[in-house]
Ligand binder design. Structure first.
Ligand code: NAD
Ligand code: UDP
Length: 323
């Protein structure tokens, strides 16, 4: 029996595939390679195709004995979603609907779903717990929240069990340095800072230094991609064991400002990182920090790499050596 990983050629997907392979799980990856990279898949069986393509998906389920699904495939850029809300709903929501239909058809019950801190919008509490209000400020977050709600109804009446993992800011890379974060275009802070350290970008623009935070720049909760990967395996275990659906935050519970990330990156890389203060980016909440107590308690999740320094070191290893 195999684990089907949609979006397994992408950043978090490829790291989770590594973790599954290291755990000796059988893996089937589905990815249309619109954003992912074939060479990031380090094992298992690969199908190149779109999860909205019914014949394709039916064939994948027919040809492999699928035990459970980890569902990463989605568009995930806030800014892009503001410009193309229909495209975002089409890929994220329609893709999940098609996936659920074929899971149902082939008798596959368990799914772990990639959700996001973007479902919260401007948070009222620090740290944020899973019971806090959800009020997304962009179509990307809305599409993920719509899927969470769909999963809830599907679990109530269709015998589908789900765990939705609301990731905060995924960062870092596999310790080996063989895979890492490789988005095009890259919009995330840590890879942009490291590309600047390497001289591939002239400078990093800080999106606003007039927020209500100690140094005026936004605060985020950065979580090592391999700690995220581990959580997916634990979520699968839990679904297999008790079939109980649920929603879990995944973060470090510690926030770092944009300026702090840049300072730490200067220390780790020993390079100069030129900075310019720019305008605020639309839709950026001033602070997002997770409480992950529920995941620690119920999934027995034990993050191993929870220092900003380690996250930047691993990302740097990949960016500076192999990218
Ligand atoms: P990514 O773009 O690197 O990976 C997504 C993968 O899905 C890509 O390889 C892409 O080609 C594939 N894909 C997209 N639409 C598809 C489709 N219709 N059919 C088949 N394949 C398709 O993104 P990522 O950073 O690895 O994020 C993975 C998941 O985690 C996404 O669902 C994202 O919303 C979520 N997430 C990411 C972060 C983060 O910090 N990176 C934070 C919160 C949530
Ligand atoms: N950021 C920035 N300059 C950049 C990219 C990001 O100042 O070139 C800031 C962004 O405004 C946010 C933080 O860095 O406050 C993290 O942004 P990222 O896009 O990595 O993740 P997000 O929190 O948007 O998911």
């Amino acid at each position: 029996m195999a684990i089907l990983v949609t979006g397994g050629a992408g950043y978090i997907g490829s790291h989770t595939v590594m973790e599954l392979l290291e755990n000796r799980d059988e893996v089937v990856v589905v990815d249309n390679l619109v954003k992912g990279h074939k060479n990031a898949i380090k094992g298992g069986k690969f199908y190149c195709g779109d999860i909205r393509d019914e014949d394709f998906l039916d064939r994948v389920f027919k040809e492999s004995e699928i035990e459970a699904v980890i569902h990463f495939a989605a568009y995930s850029l806030v800014g892009e979603s503001m410009k193309d809300p229909i495209g975002y709903y089409n890929n994220n929501v329609r893709g999940t609907i098609t996936l659920l239909r074929f899971m149902k058809k082939h008798g596959v019950k368990n799914i772990v779903f990639s959700s996001t801190a973007a479902v919260y919008g401007e948070a009222k509490n620090v740290p944020i717990t899973e019971d806090d209000d959800t009020c997304p400020e962009n179509p990307y977050g809305e599409s993920k929240l719509a899927i969470e709600k769909l999963l809830k109804w599907a679990s109530d009446s269709l015998d589908i069990n789900y765990i939705a993992l609301r990731y905060f800011n995924a960062a870092g890379a596999h310790e080996s340095g063989v895979i890492g974060e490789d988005h095009d275009p890259e919009t995330h802070l840590i890879p942009i800072v490291l590309e600047t350290a390497l001289g591939r970008r002239e400078k990093i623009i800080i999106f606003g230094d007039d927020y209500n935070t100690p140094d005026g720049t936004c605060i985020r909760d950065y979580i090592h991609v391999m700690d995220l990967a581990q959580a997916h395996l634990l979520a699968l275990d839990k679904l297999k064991k008790d079939g109980e659906s649920g929603i879990y935050n995944l973060g470090n519970g510690k926030g770092f400002s944009v300026k702090e990330v840049i300072e730490k990156s200067k220390e780790v890389t020993g390079r100069d990182i030129p900075v310019e203060i720019g305008n605020r980016r639309k839709g950026d909440p001033h602070i997002l920090v997770a409480s992950s107590e529920k995941a620690k308690k119920e999934l027995q999740w034990k993050p191993k790499y929870n220092s900003l320094e380690k996250i930047i070191e691993d990302a740097w290893k990949w960016h500076s050596n192999t990218h």
